[in-house]
Design a binder for this molecule. Structure first.
Ligand SMILES: Cc1ncc(COP(=O)(O)O)c(C=O)c1O
Length: 439
């Protein structure tokens, strides 16, 4: 098949996510290695979004490929009620590396299912039904996780699961809880406690947060916020669930983002970087107290592919690579390079409003005037952003351009030189948005 046929058949017979079929223009991809991928015509792209912020160790790592092949020869699938060597090894490995008291894991096929099961576990454990989540969030595309999701992808999926209360983030989209971290944290926690009391604290099972908000802004929490949230949860017997599907496995420069803030949630959910997307796997990790509850009470949840040996083998090898090759440290070290590049671009280009990075989790926002009005509206686009997207594509830089922002999330194996090369491409392309800046 030539490239054109591949694209045509994919469009004719398969549905694309979050899109109107007639409007998609899928990128044909033939192979991938490290931070790069190539089209069938040999055009090379820098993967500046790790595909879906998920290929943390980079593409095609030989150790993970080998582990998957070995598992094919050893044992491909057995039912979830089995005990297998790879399940034993990965369970123990996760218990060793995830902070205490989280030592027990339930495996799923992705992030949404991890969150679904976290909702279920929280309700069964507490005997309460309501869940609090935040507007600037994405938690998955299943029915329940769509309702937890704050962003506009929820709208067409409503109404859904009852009992979800969405609250403002410490950093809302269009107004401010304060100008500094201390006031933002204090104001948001006061507001949150008021909501908890209006909703009946005895009926709230859990609060779900993306520890560092991903798609909706790469927003690290203000100082003191997560500690305050942990304390509020403890005060009212509410479980804290940290969704680390995107922020976990080294993306922020630590294994889990919550480790930056000296707290441990009751439940952590993970996916993406757990296998670097080599195979689809998610997991819910629960505290010893919750695990004990489900020693004595049935966990009413299950999946045909729970603890699928192939997926677990990919995770085991991926985690070995992530840890042994120092990729988490690399992400932490390159944060300052990413920030200095963003600062340089902001100083040079009037259309740059702001850049943010924690580890190699980053985003740049663009503005159309000195007042800081976004270059595209909330949930919309603009000619400037469309042209920018086209220019990135032409220059061989793959990333997500969303609303008035674009993502800066390369694989964690990237070198400083490669990172600077990517920002040099961005630098050139930002001349386009500068032309739309209304001086
Ligand atoms: C924070 C977060 N939670 C959950 C999910 C859903 O994961 P999945 O697409 O694997 O179901 C995502 C996916 O992007 C995510 O970013």
């Amino acid at each position: 098949m030539n490239t054109e046929e591949i694209v045509q058949l994919c469009k004719a017979h398969t549905m694309y996510t979050w899109a109107k079929g007639s409007a998609v223009s899928p990128l044909p991809i033939e192979r991938a290695e490290g931070i790069y991928f190539w089209t069938p015509d040999g055009k090379r792209y820098i993967d500046f979004n790790s595909q879906l912020m998920s290929v943390n160790i980079g593409h095609g790592h030989p150790k993970v490929r080998e582990a998957i092949k070995r598992q094919v020869d050893e044992l491909i699938f057995v039912m979830p009620g089995s005990a297998t060597p790879v399940r034993a090894r990965l369970g123990k490995m996760l218990a060793d590396i995830v902070p205490d008291p989280i030592n027990t894991f339930f495996f799923t096929l992705g992030g949404a299912e991890a969150n679904e099961n976290a909702i279920r576990a929280a309700r069964m454990y507490t005997g309460r039904s309501k869940i609090i989540s935040r507007y600037r969030s994405y938690h998955g595309a299943t029915n329940a996780t769509m309702q937890l999701t704050g962003d506009p992808r929820r709208w067409a999926n409503e109404p859904g699961l009852p009992g979800v209360i969405r609250v403002m983030d410490p950093v809302p989209y269009n107004f401010s809880f304060g100008d500094d971290d201390a006031s933002r944290t204090a104001a948001n926690l006061t507001y949150l406690e008021e909501v908890i009391n209006y909703e009946n604290p005895n009926d709230i099972a859990a609060i779900f947060v993306e520890t560092v908000t991903g798609t909706n802004g790469i927003l690290a929490p203000p100082d003191g916020y997560l500690q305050g949230l942990r304390a509020l949860c403890d005060k009212y017997g509410i479980l804290l669930v940290c969704d680390e599907v995107m922020a976990g496995f080294g993306r922020t420069g630590k294994l889990f983002a919550f480790q930056h803030y000296g707290i441990v949630p009751d439940i952590v959910t993970m996916a993406k970087g757990l296998t670097s997307s080599y195979l689809p796997l998610g997991a819910m990790g629960v505290s010893d107290a919750i695990a004990k509850h489900f020693q004595d009470n049935v966990f009413y949840g299950g999946l045909t592919y729970n603890s699928h040996p192939m997926l677990l083998a990919a995770a085991e090898a991926n985690l070995q690579v992530l840890l042994e090759e120092g990729m988490i440290e690399n992400a932490a070290r390159l944060e300052s390079v990413a920030r200095s590049e963003m600062d340089r671009l902001k100083a040079k280009h009037p259309s740059v409003k702001e850049g943010r990075a924690i580890g190699l989790f980053g985003m740049m926002d663009l503005r159309k005037n000195a007042a800081g009005e976004p270059m595209a509206p909330y949930n919309g686009t603009s000619p400037a952003m469309e042209e920018l997207k086209k220019a990135f594509n032409e220059r061989g830089l793959f990333t997500f351009v969303r609303w008035h922002s674009f993502m800066c999330n390369p694989p964690l194996c990237i070198t400083e030189e490669q990172l600077r090369e990517a920002y040099a491409i961005i630098d050139d392309c930002l001349d386009i948005t500068d032309r739309y800046f209304e001086a």
